[in-house]
Design a protein around this ligand. Structure first.
Ligand code: G3I
Length: 451
């Protein structure tokens, strides 16, 4: 016992760098989740969520456990937020944002301007009156959520499917071709910190529609119209299979200088075929540096807008499907949430290995945003194999850990220590393993001690 305390004290001061004998008290490990597996690769993993399902404990159990990003499925759309002209209604959307915040999750806003799900009153407007109504809508809604969102889908589905890369005909398009750039400029003025995205479907491969979007984004960037990201919905089924040039298409947008995100992923099917396609989407995102995250369009198959296609990662009972394990594995992680568990707290627990450790080093990188961060730590063994490890670092004032994975955290602010979990304590000489944690406040700086 005294030996453990001495080790922790030495680690906390960063004084111990050489080989050490570790005596680790067994404790529950953090289970691997979709969110943790993605965060270990500096990506988020999100889902669409519906406020009216928050009374369903199976639903919220999975939502809280697995996801690091949340998109309101319908609650931020024009019909929901402005049911009567200039009279705004935010209660359902606010519920989602507050719940996400309380769980350390970020939020993608969806969607400020779209030809669908408009309130009835817009149908009597056109021309300048409709344009002014759109601007007023964007200003009000984006201002209401100012500083609270990771990103906004500013404009959704504005290109046609007719194969010539043209704009979709709609009441908004009829107000003038500049309606999209006006929407982006208005959103930037109202919420300067949210990333501003264009979002669409059937743009997943290189085709006339995605090239139409590509040309618009390139033009916006050249003319200084604020745009930060492009969302690829990726609703995949047999009529619309995952294109072979999916990654290349993401990359060509990234090469323009915008971030790319998979925003509404669902893949019709089952078993190995579905799992393989999910894994291929993850691998494509990982291969594109500027692909910052993946959002699935719902939690259980029964939550899907097309539930008959069983397109999601959890079955109707909330059990993880084969595709779930494939996603975790594609991120390079090991599933610890056993197939068959329904919901609630992660059920994995293990006894960390106890033994003689060799020397090691710990380095970390941060993915930080206003008010929070994800830190990924790499533990590298020296000339001797490790059979267990501990990493210590000191968080800056105001920082607090909300979640960690692939390590057991001791403490959540100030001096914190992380020890290996059961499966990653053994590290061959010269090899590495990694773990991560998420927190609020400023990201860690300085160095981490490893023993
Ligand atoms: O809330 C009412 C309920 O009171 C009523 O009893 C019921 C009867 O139909 O309808 C309910 O509203 C439905 C709403 O989903 C909530 O479930 C609407 O009819 C239905 O049209 C609406 O569908 C949404 C759809 O967008 C509308 O276009 C889906 O949930 C939502 O998943 C879907 O999401 C879109 C993205 O925003 C954009 N990309 C495509 C994606 C899939 O269509």
């Amino acid at each position: 016992m005294r030996r453990t305390h001495a080790l922790l004290a030495a680690l906390a001061t960063g004084a111990l760098a050489a080989a050490a004998v570790l005596t680790v008290t067994p404790s529950a490990s953090a289970a691997t989740t979709l969110g943790s597996a993605a965060a270990a690769k500096s990506r988020y993993f999100g889902t669409a969520a519906a406020a009216y399902k928050f009374s369903d404990a199976v639903y919220t159990g999975i939502l809280d456990r697995e996801f690091t990003m949340v998109t309101p499925e319908n609650e931020m759309k024009w019909d929901a937020t402005e049911p009567s002209q200039n009279s705004f209604s935010y209660s359902s959307a606010d519920t989602i944002v507050a719940r996400a915040k309380a769980n350390g999750q970020r939020v993608r806003g969806h969607a400020l301007a779209w030809h669908q799900q408009q309130p009835g009153w817009t149908s009597s407007l056109s021309g300048t009156a409709l344009r002014n109504a759109m601007v007023n809508h964007i200003t009000n809604v984006a201002t209401h959520y100012q500083g609270q969102l990771y990103a906004w889908d500013v404009v959704n589905e504005a290109f046609s499917d007719n194969g010539d890369g043209s704009r979709r005909s709609s009441n908004l398009q009829n107000t003038g071709n500049d309606w999209i750039e006006v929407a982006f400029r208005t959103a930037r003025a109202a919420d300067p910190s949210a990333k501003l995205c264009y979002n669409d479907y059937n743009t997943d491969g290189v085709n006339a529609k995605s090239t139409g979007v590509y040309t618009m984004v390139k033009d916006f960037l050249a003319r200084g119209v604020p745009i930060d990201c492009v969302g690829f919905q990726s609703h995949i089924n047999s009529a619309s299979p995952l294109p072979s040039d999916y990654q290349a298409n993401l990359q060509r947008f990234a090469d323009l200088g915008v971030e790319v995100q998979i925003t509404e992923l669902d893949i019709a099917g089952s078993g190995t075929a579905q799992a393989t396609t999910y894994a291929n989407v993850v691998k494509a995102c990982l291969a594109v540096t500027k692909c910052t995250g993946i959002t699935v369009w719902g939690i259980r198959d029964s939550d899907s807008w097309r539930s008959g296609d069983t397109p999601l990662l959890f079955d109707n009972n909330g059990n993880p499907k084969q595709a779930y394990d494939a996603v975790i594995a594609a991120f390079g992680a090991t599933p610890t949430s056993p197939s068959g568990s329904v919901s609630g707290s992660p059920s994995a627990s293990s006894s960390p290995s106890t033994g003689t450790g060799g020397s090691c080093t710990a380095t970390f990188t941060n993915n930080a945003w206003t008010g929070g961060f994800v830190t990924t730590v790499t533990v590298k063994a020296g000339a001797t194999a490790l059979t267990g490890w501990k990493v210590a670092l000191t968080l800056p004032s105001g920082a607090a850990i909300t979640n960690s994975w692939s390590a057991t955290a001791s403490g959540s602010s100030g001096a914190v220590t992380f020890s290996n979990v059961g499966y990653n304590g053994s590290v061959a000489a010269g090899a590495s393993t990694s773990f991560g944690f998420q927190g609020t406040g400023p990201a860690p700086t300085g160095t981490a001690a490893c023993a």
